[in-house]
Design a protein around this ligand. Structure first.
Ligand code: ADP
Ligand code: MN
Ligand code: MN
Ligand code: MN
Length: 341
């Protein structure tokens, strides 16, 4: 019997790329191979030379269709088999390879917000705002929590697809949630992040909110202006040196604050980052760099147990929810590993 392979790729939309997918029927016993698409419809090619190549990088069981179906995450190539300009994975893989002796691990915390139509899920539809933040983070009860069936369905789907998902939690703003992928190396962590994002969007399609409107998930870094938390993608990481030594953890934090590095990282950590990194709502300002133990108001946090144990990892709190994890992990590898070389 043939099976269905859902080919998934990252498009060329700027400033924030979108996910695309289409299905291919593959003969029994065959692997999902190279395929292609019309790049003129995805901001990836002109109409008179529109072919872009899909090259599989991660194949998993498809928890949505089930059975023998597969999900096929791809990178995009030009027809001469070189990376497409919108392909950020190739440089990430090259950096991970160059600094392979550091055995870098990443754990990424993806925050996101559910919407019902144009309103965050669970928010009053006619006028006004929900009660101020305070009771929603890791809350329980229908007055605090909106979208749990979708979140649980997504968590199980990620497990069934074999992703390194390590947990979920309700976030500070109502309708806002988080999942974590890792710890795992690059570029695999970024592959899994993109696949988990696709699963989130796809699974939410099948649910409606209280108004009967289908639910969508967004990675908007500041979905509601004012006194409401934004959505980030905290990136925890370690090298083999950091997993053995506290000094190496501090040196990594220092490297991220090195000459020219804060501006370079901020410029590549997701569109609209100035709106989110205001210095309020558990953030440090986008134009200031700081690090500290247990400090959720710093750019980089050293977890308290890392200080106690004298080894471990650090958390870069700056990346936006809408970041490209290939860019974020590549920059961290380059900055931290070159300083420690
Ligand atoms: P927070 O307290 O900031 O909400 P989370 O529990 O959401 O933290 O996320 C912590 C992340 O750190 C997890 O994804 C976990 O996999 C990751 N992590 C743990 N140890 C390491 C390590 N040594 N290197 C890299 N990441 C790690
Ligand atoms: Mn978290
Ligand atoms: Mn969080
Ligand atoms: Mn965090």
């Amino acid at each position: 019997m043939s099976y269905i392979a859902e080919y998934i790729w990252i498009d060329g939309t700027e400033p924030t790329a979108k996910l695309r997918s289409k299905a291919k029927v593959v003969a029994d016993g065959e692997e999902p191979g190279i395929w292609g698409f019309d790049g003129s419809s995805t901001n990836q090619a002109p109409g008179d030379s529109s072919d872009v190549v899909l090259s599989p990088v991660l194949v998993t069981p498809d928890p949505v269709r089930g059975g023998d179906s597969k999900l096929v995450l791809c990178e995009t190539l030009q027809t001469d088999m070189t990376p497409h300009p919108s392909n950020n994975r190739a440089a990430c893989a090259a950096a991970a390879e160059k600094y392979g002796s550091f055995d870098t691990w990443f754990g990424m915390e993806q925050e996101y917000t559910f919407y019902e139509g144009r309103i965050p899920l669970g928010w009053p539809s006619k006028s006004g705002f929900p009660a101020p933040q305070g009771g929603y983070y890791c809350g329980v009860g229908a007055d605090e929590i909106f979208g749990r069936p979708i979140v649980n369905d997504h968590l199980q789907a990620c497990i069934d697809a074999g992703l390194h998902i390590s947990g979920i939690n309700a976030e500070v703003m109502p309708g806002q949630w988080e999942f974590q992928i890792g710890p795992v190396g690059a570029p695999r962590v970024a592959d899994e992040m993109w696949l988990a994002r696709w699963l989130l969007y796809r699974i939410a399609e099948d649910y409606s909110g209280s108004e009967g409107i289908p639910v969508s998930a967004t990675l908007d870094p500041k979905p509601v202006a004012g006194d409401w938390n934004g959505a980030g993608c905290h990136t925890n990481f370690s090298t083999n040196q950091m997993r053995e030594s506290y000094d190496a953890c501090v040196a990594a934090a220092e490297a991220l604050g090195g000459e020219g590095k804060p501006a370079l990282h901020i410029a590549n950590y997701g569109d609209g980052i100035e709106q989110r990194l205001t210095g309020l709502h558990e953030t440090a300002r986008y134009d200031q760099f700081s690090y500290g133990v247990s400090d959720r108001g710093a750019s980089v946090r050293i977890p308290w147990q890392v200080e106690r144990d004298g080894k471990g990892y650090i958390e870069d709190r700056r990346p936006n929810a809408n970041c490209d994890p290939y860019l974020v992990t590549r920059l961290i590898i380059d900055t931290v590993c070159s300083a420690a070389s």
